[in-house]
Design a binder for this molecule. Sequence first.
Ligand SMILES: [Zn+2]
Length: 76
Amino acid sequence: MKVCECKTLTKCDFSGCSNWAKYSFATKGIFKHDLCFCQDCLKQMYEALAKMQTPKPIESPFKYGKKLKKISEEKL
Ligand SMILES: [Zn+2]
């Protein structure tokens, strides 16, 4: 699956949206046709997906500092 710039002049596929599509989602037959959407809908879709995804735990800076210290000690 790949998002590319829409080459043909197509209306945005999202219901209630009357913008021209700027991007298309190449689905290689998963959908009947490529999903075309505009910049606004891309942003909305991205925000919705971001909310769904659980963020990866970030390593605490404290831990990281310890690791760095160890490396510098090894160098000495
Ligand atoms: Zn749209």
